[in-house]
Design a protein around this ligand. Structure first.
Ligand code: GLC
Length: 513
């Protein structure tokens, strides 16, 4: 047993959406060597770990979440040797590496599915007879029916795009295959896994018709959150525990209830699950307070997350949908201080440290998310939070790719002022603020109790303490008085005297509290 806190419990993890982080090869798409070159930036930012979205062989029907070979790197992103170099360089810089694992479905280009189409090993996927109509009424998370026809007339299930056939987890071969894939990456030195669609995998026996309102991408229904899935994570936990070095796993579990979330992090299952409640909540003191209370009551290793590669960036969410909202940016900075003051670990999404907003005006022909095409343009899809990072310079590709290369999604001209280079020279920038906040968190590491205490908070001003640290976040429209303190450690905006402005937050320090 570890007497010390395992690294992941209070880690700040930085999500790298590989296609959009940094392009070294000059094809307009991010890659592993690009990430390696930018690792010093992440070390300087002050995060503890990186999570890489899928970089495996893939036809990219869903940006790599359609995996054709779980044990190889797609040439678009580099080679296995590039991966090994990335891991060793990250470790040299003190950064842990978490990789994505996609067990609910493979790519239709996967050799198993290709064999299934030829009639071999069909039981590894979910094939059914159906005649002219699909076998049931399930809809794909990406719009349209969750079934497509194989050339011989049988239907196969895909809860996402047709290029992402669902595995049949009632077939034990699927279990052993994934145990082997875990070992493959553990042997290469990864510190953990992010499990894609962790509440998927199993479907209810008989695949019953389900009312549309119960089909949402949320636990629990005949489609999601089946009890059998927990047995899978118990097996995975044993594998993780058999390796040295506190290897971990975090599940992508969408649910409205903290109790559901807690099921996935029972002591013999996953170490963490993403707590999406905050990411789904509006800017609201009472909503935030409830989420914090519910989370801390239900799980012992909480996580906090405000953005990821699937949702509208929180600067824009908090700015009433506007892409240039100063309110949105101010709130986003305040939310960071709240999240970093809480016990548990924080998951950041690339670009939030630059205050990047959602890009809402991407031309239709540039959009690549299958949600856009499958909904016939009705839903914008997720490309707007996946626009490549502006690193430097005054024009596209802003250092994302070598000069002269067009990035896979166009970058807005307004981003010229948001580049990492520009912000790193400005002490008042969002980047400098993130660096300062992460430094302050590191300095407090290990010194704060896990419990929080609410301090006479009003509806709109949340005030909680963890020992000597007090975090005040003002979600209201009037300034609030700060409680007594010895000094202000950091503010999301300058703190003047004893008042905290609306849409800002501050950390106060009082040694003997
Ligand atoms: C997860 C991923 C998302 C992907 C989906 C299907 O929700 O985060 O990007 O499209 O799974 O794999």
């Amino acid at each position: 047993m570890h007497m010390e806190t395992p690294w992941w419990r209070d880690a700040v993890v930085y999500e790298i959406y590989v296609r959009s982080f940094a392009d070294a090869s000059g094809d307009g798409v991010g890659d592993l060597p690009g990430i390696r070159q930018r690792l010093p930036y992440l070390a300087e930012l002050g995060v503890d770990a990186i999570w890489l979205t899928p970089f495996y062989r893939s036809p990219m029907a869903d940006g790599g979440y359609d995996v054709a070979d779980y044990r190889d790197v797609d040439p678009l992103f580099g080679t296995l040797a590039d991966f090994d170099e990335l891991v060793s360089e990250a470790h040299r810089l003190g950064l842990r590496v978490i990789v994505d694992i996609v067990p609910n479905h493979s790519s239709s280009a996967h050799e198993w599915f290709q064999a299934a189409l030829r009639g071999e090993g069909r039981d590894r996927y979910v094939f059914r007879d159906g005649g002219d109509l699909p076998p049931n009424n399930w809809q794909s998370t990406f719009s349209g029916p969750a079934w497509s026809k194989a050339p011989d007339g049988q239907w196969y299930l895909h809860l996402f795009a047709p290029e992402q056939p669902d595995f049949n987890w009632r077939n034990l071969e699927v279990h052993s295959e994934f145990l082997d894939v875990l070992r493959f990456w553990l042997d290469r030195g990864v510190d953990g896994f992010r499990i894609d669609v962790a509440m998927g995998l199993y479907k209810a026996e008989g695949l019953p018709d389900t009312p549309p309102e119960d089909q949402a991408f949320k636990a629990e229904s005949p489609i999601w959150g089946r009890p059998e899935v927990h047995e899978v994570y118990r097996d995975w936990r044993k594998v993780l525990d058999s390796y040295e070095g506190e290897r971990m796993a975090i599940g992508e579990v969408w649910t409205d209830s903290a109790e559901d979330l807690a099921l996935y992090v029972r002591p013999d299952e996953l170490h963490q699950s993403f707590n999406f409640a905050w990411l789904e909540a509006p800017w609201s003191g009472p909503a935030f307070k409830k989420i914090i209370d519910d989370t801390l009551a239900a799980v012992t290793a909480p996580t906090w997350v405000l953005s990821n590669h699937d949702v509208v960036r929180h600067v824009t969410r908090y700015g009433n949908g506007l892409t240039n909202s100063t309110t949105g940016l101010s709130r986003a900075r305040a939310a960071l201080l709240a999240m970093l003051a809480l016990p548990g670990s924080a998951y950041l999404y690339q670009g939030e440290e630059l205050g990047l907003p959602e890009v809402k005006d991407l031309p239709p022909e540039a959009r690549q998310d299958p949600i856009f095409a499958r909904s016939k343009g009705e839903l914008p899809g997720r490309d707007g939070c996946r626009v490549p990072i502006p690193w430097s310079g005054v024009a596209e590709p802003y250092g994302f790719s070598p000069d002269g290369t067009r990035p896979w999604l166009p970058q807005p001209v307004e981003w010229v002022v948001l580049s990492a280079e520009r912000q790193s020279n400005d002490p008042g920038s969002t980047l400098s603020f993130y660096q300062e906040a992460l430094r302050a968190r590191r300095e407090l590491r290990g010194t704060l109790p896990d419990e929080i205490t609410w301090v006479d908070s009003s509806e709109d001003a949340l005030i909680f303490s963890r020992g000597p640290l007090t975090c005040v976040i003002n979600c209201g429209s009037e300034s609030v008085r700060l409680p007594s303190h010895e000094r202000v450690l950091i503010g999301s905006a300058p703190v003047d005297g004893h008042l905290l402005l609306p849409d800002t937050a501050a950390w106060l320090y009082t040694p003997d509290a």
